[in-house]
Design a protein around this ligand. Structure first.
Ligand SMILES: [Zn+2]
Ligand SMILES: [Zn+2]
Length: 315
């Protein structure tokens, strides 16, 4: 299960109601900030999520509306020392710009309060645990070096408690080992195999984040059947030419990708001040009826076959 929180949903410049690009993906104890536009630290505070475990930041590309907030966050972290390491993932060119921002502008020779690692992103897996992975894929946007990110739970076989009860397997470590695919020997001498208590394999939840993007052809495969696609929609179709010129999506094109790839849910962000929100919603819904246009602090829970709006509560 993933949680996805929109911290900033505006394109290029902030508006009264929308901060600049930033969103957070949470999975168990892991947190990933995706992009960090100017003002993100205040959005994080206002959202109630806080800065705890904010150790990993994934950047889609190096345009200023997606990275300027890193300077403020580093400056604040230097005083509070709330985390002990920070990993920044981005394409090589974006990383150079971020490095300049942090080391030349913010730190100017001072030592950072925490260990900062710059991870140059290549297509493929960039982070992995036992039960999920994060991978990067190339995205076409002005210049090269833009990436989208796929969060994917690994497929798993569900534990069937009724089978375990039938077999008289007592609660405790035996059940845990079986869940983890290990055969167990019960105190009464019987051996139980994982196959006896696990159901057929089920695919894991998949969540795709695409930042600024001008073309969608190459994205169909990675988006195929995703439980959630989050994508920019800076323009409306009436200005499709301008969208193309600046290498951005129209709401119509983003929704068309969602439809073509058979995604289950679509949330649009990176919304321009030039349009009324309801016009963006209408254009997207005409193609993909379930489409949602995100507002700052919208939060969703994404589980295979389940997509629910949630109130963020700090544990
Ligand atoms: Zn942007
Ligand atoms: Zn951009």
């Amino acid at each position: 299960m993933f949680q996805y929180i929109f911290l900033g949903t505006s394109a290029s410049a902030p508006s009264v109601h929308r901060g600049l690009a930033a969103q957070m993906v949470l999975h168990d104890e892991y947190r990933f900030l995706i992009d960090c536009g100017e003002g993100t630290q205040r959005q994080i505070m206002q959202s109630g999520i806080g800065f705890k475990r904010l150790n990993r930041i994934l950047i889609t590309h190096g345009h200023l509306d997606h990275i300027l907030g890193l300077a403020g966050i580093l400056s604040t972290f230097s005083r509070w020392e709330t985390i002990d390491f920070l990993e920044i993932f981005a394409g090589k060119i974006a990383l150079e710009r971020i490095h300049d921002l942090l080391y030349t502008v913010v730190l100017r020779g001072a030592r950072p309060a925490m260990k900062i690692t710059f991870q140059a992103v290549q297509p493929g897996t960039i982070f992995e645990t036992d039960d999920f992975s994060v991978s990067a894929f190339p995205v076409f946007h002005r210049g090269s070096d833009s990436f989208g990110y796929l969060f994917a739970e690994k497929p798993r076989r569900p534990f069937l408690p009724e089978k375990a009860n039938e077999l008289g397997i007592p609660p405790g470590p035996w059940r845990r080992d079986l869940v983890n695919g290990l055969p167990v020997h019960l105190p009464d001498g019987r051996s139980i195999m994982p196959d006896d208590v696990l159901g057929p394999q089920r695919p894991g939840t998949r969540l795709v984040h695409v930042g600024d993007v001008g073309r969608t052809e190459s994205l169909i495969e990675v988006c195929q059947d995703a439980d959630l696609l989050v994508m920019e929609a800076t323009y409306l179709e009436e200005e499709a030419e301008m969208a193309q010129e600046f290498s951005h999506m129209t709401a119509h094109k983003a929704a068309s990708l969602a439809l073509q790839a058979g995604v289950k849910n679509l949330v649009l962000t990176h919304i321009s001040r030039r349009y009324r929100e309801r016009d963006v919603v209408a254009e997207a819904k005409a193609v993909f009826p379930e489409a949602i246009v995100a507002r700052d602090f919208d939060a969703f829970q994404v589980r295979r076959g389940e997509f629910t709006r949630m109130e963020w509560k700090e544990e």
